[in-house]
Design a protein around this ligand. Structure first.
Ligand SMILES: Cc1cc2nc3c(=O)[nH]c(=O)nc-3n(C[C@H](O)[C@H](O)[C@H](O)COP(=O)(O)O)c2cc1C
Length: 347
């Protein structure tokens, strides 16, 4: 999209949350187009789903499933909507979303602002599922008395319209949520999720934080495998603060984009070494180029997702990365991108 360099200064004049609202509104008006035809070498199969391109849109951009069609049309191989909670909720007070331009990063403390699962369900039920893959990322309401029950509700409610579900236990903006990654809580949560799953229902992925202590990836992989989790998404935003230049650096919330790259890659490697390839991995965090995506795939990711880099590079980024990946596959003499998954893993 050669248009984006011209539009970007206008979008960046708005505060980040308004810019996001305006972008969603504009996307609803762009003429409908079918998703591009991707080279066959990019097809990746996970948990029985054939992804036409391994480059997807990460959760949080289209929280309420308003623009899945346009985003698939722009060349994302799959789109993850949400996080959706059972009940609508307003999220944290504004300002709560910050662009860190000098760092090509974002800090958010949105706190799962969304219109709730019933609202998105209605839209998703109407969509033409032949147009592409849409995953539904689910979470718990901030005020819920029983968070685990909220995930069970999410599985039950959203399964009929989801090509896959993501259990998000890694947002830093709902106090205490990340404690669901701890051993006992994770067992209870994934046990409850497994009980809600039905034969023929969508696969279930688990999304983790990049900020994990030693031994945690092994523990999470073990519990995930025991409970039939189909893939792990590594990773969500970080609460750590690598060196940053922007004036917003000290804002509270989750950091994403370029400064998250090294941390997310390291977390991916730890999960790969924990799972040894037994559990498919999906990489997210600071992916903004063909090199980034290729590195993550070689490190063990079957799919990649991005969000923050799109803010800086424009909506055509996913398509450019997909096309670059197809070139790499051809240059390496491989038949399929799947042949590259994890080839750097044991080094
Ligand atoms: C503004 C914003 C909102 C986000 N909201 C969610 C969310 O609701 N659920 C979720 O699982 N991840 C959410 N994320 C995390 C992204 O899905 C992704 O894991 C993270 O941003 C790292 O990828 P990136 O560096 O390409 O942005 C959000 C990220 C941003 C920047």
């Amino acid at each position: 999209m050669a248009l984006y360099p011209l539009l970007r200064p206008l979008i960046f004049r708005l505060d980040a949350e308004r810019a996001h609202r305006a972008t969603i509104a504009a996307l609803k008006w762009i003429p409908k187009r079918r998703p591009p035809q991707f080279p066959a070498s990019l097809t990746t199969s996970i948990a029985g789903i054939g992804f036409p391109s391994p480059v997807g849109l990460a959760a949080g951009f289209d929280k309420d499933a308003e623009v899945t069609g346009p985003m698939l049309g722009l060349g994302y191989g799959f789109v993850e909507v949400g996080t959706l909670t059972p009940l609508p909720q307003a999220g944290n007070p504004r300002p709560r979303l910050f662009r860190l331009n000098e760092d090509r990063a974002v800090i958010n403390r949105l706190g799962f602002n969304n219109r709730g699962q019933a609202n998105a369900l209605e839209r998703l039920a109407r969509r033409d599922r032949s147009r592409g893959i849409v995953g539904v990322n689910i979470g718990a309401n901030k005020d819920s008395a029983d968070r685990i029950a909220d995930y069970a509700v999410g599985v039950r409610t959203m399964s009929p319209v989801a090509d896959y579900l993501t259990i998000n236990i890694s947002s830093p903006n709902t106090p205490g949520l990340r404690q669901l990654q701890d051993e006992g809580a994770l067992r209870a949560l994934l046990g409850a999720v497994a009980e809600e799953r039905t034969v023929g229902g969508p696969p279930v992925f688990l999304k983790v934080a990049p900020d994990l202590g030693e031994g945690e990836p092994d523990q999470i992989v073990r519990i995930a495998l025991q409970h039939g989790i189909d893939a792990i998404i590594v990773a969500n935003t970080t609460i750590t603060r690598p060196p940053l230049k922007s004036r917003h650096a000290a804002e509270t919330g989750g950091l994403s984009g370029e400064p998250l790259k090294a941390l997310a890659l390291d977390a991916l490697r730890r999960f790969r070494s924990a799972g040894g390839g037994a559990l498919p991995l999906i990489a997210a965090g600071g992916i903004g180029s063909v090199d980034d995506a290729w590195q993550r795939i070689r490190a063990g990711a079957s799919l990649v997702q991005l969000y923050s880099a799109m803010i800086y590079e424009g909506p055509g980024l996913a398509r450019r990365i997909a096309s670059g990946l197809a070139d790499r596959v051809a240059r390496e003499g491989m038949a399929s991108i799947a042949d590259a998954v994890g080839i750097d893993a044991s080094r």
